[in-house]
Design a protein around this ligand. Structure first.
Ligand SMILES: [Zn+2]
Length: 351
């Protein structure tokens, strides 16, 4: 009986291993075909490989092995900055995208369960900023989140975005003006408020938006380490923050905590969406068009802002403003990070 059980287990293990090998070799074949479709040589600096491998599981197995496969076939590598890994839940299908910088011609390979698929598509990021261009691409890719993730990250790379910025996009799983605003806020913090000995940063995200994922990545401030606290504001609470305007919004509070002196400084920031709209040539109302995410304008507005903000990533001065700077005691700090407390009230910025 025991022997019989062992035999069954062994056969099951063998079947799973063989299936994993078959799926892997199928993906390998599709990557080779994809290189031919794109008429590109291994190692070309014009080639980007973008994948969610390492994050997703392929039929129950982790997928880090696909990175070596991609590197061997394409010559793209993390060290060269042309192998990018975008975040997806562990249960998501495997995606491998090959993208040519000069023509924007691309191949998207998917492994979903036992099924593989390869589509050829042009992913021009400037075309995707127009309604027609966006709809054409989205129809072919089918999934709206995949369309947005792949177009924005691949084209940010093609436009020469710095690698630390691309790291934020990988983690956030797409590039949007929210990520760019977080990157700008961090540049502003590092320039104006460098840490001294025995000091540490804590970020109170209030209200949260995509910026906070960039802040997590660049400053290693995370909720789990209690170096980032995330608090939402109701519409009424937003309006009650002094100086709040339609296009100039309160973003969060940086605490610089002095461990030795057991005291800190709190700096509240505002982000100017009006300026962002101005440099990108969009209207603020188009961020929330009729029909929401079903309306292509929802997406094209964000794509336009992505490219509009790129020249200003390291020029945050006209976008980020300090609203208030205050010395804080341990009691004030404790209050600011507690549940049910509006941190702007503690700073005297709200009634
Ligand atoms: Zn976002």
């Amino acid at each position: 009986m025991r022997r019989r059980c062992m035999q069954i287990i062994l056969i099951a293990v063998l079947v799973i291993c063989t299936a994993q090998g078959l799926w892997a070799s199928e993906v390998k074949g599709l990557i080779k075909d994809g290189m031919q479709d794109l008429k590109i040589e291994k190692g070309s600096p014009n080639l980007l490989a973008l994948t969610n491998a390492t994050y997703v599981k392929v039929n129950g197995e982790t997928s880090e092995g696909y990175l070596d496969m991609i590197r061997e076939l394409t010559g793209c590598s993390i060290g060269k900055g042309n192998l990018l890994l975008f975040h997806r839940p562990i249960t998501y299908p495997l995606k491998v995208v090959l993208f040519r910088k000069d023509t924007k011609d691309s191949v998207i390979i998917t492994l979903d369960g036992n099924k593989t698929e390869k589509i050829k598509i042009n992913l021009d990021g400037d075309m995707a900023a127009s309604t027609d261009g966006w709809e054409q691409i989205q129809k072919k890719i089918k999934s709206v989140p995949d369309t947005f993730s792949i177009i924005t990250i691949a084209n940010a790379w093609a436009k020469g975005a710095p690698y630390d910025f691309l790291k934020c996009c990988e983690f956030h799983n797409h590039l949007c003006p929210g990520v760019s605003s977080g990157y700008q806020i961090v540049q502003f913090i590092l320039e104006r408020y460098p840490l001294k000995k025995a000091e540490k940063y804590v970020w109170i995200s209030c209200p949260p938006w995509c910026k906070d994922d960039a802040i997590q990545i660049l400053l290693d401030l995370t909720p789990g380490k209690r170096s980032m606290f995330v608090k939402n504001l109701s519409e009424d609470q937003k309006k009650a923050v002094s100086g709040e305007k339609k296009n100039d919004n309160i973003a969060g509070i940086l605490v610089i905590w002095d461990n030795k002196g057991n005291k800190g400084r709190a700096i509240a920031f505002r982000y100017n969406w009006g300026k962002l709209c101005e440099v990108s040539g969009v209207k603020k109302k188009d961020f929330k068009p009729k029909g929401g995410k079903k309306n292509p304008v929802f997406w094209t507005t964000r794509v336009k802002c992505n490219w509009g903000l790129m020249p200003y990533l390291d020029k945050p001065e006209n976008f980020v403003k300090v609203v208030k700077e205050l010395e804080i005691t341990p009691q004030m700090y404790g209050k600011m990070i507690s549940a049910g407390v509006n941190p702007y009230k503690v700073l005297g910025l709200s009634k």
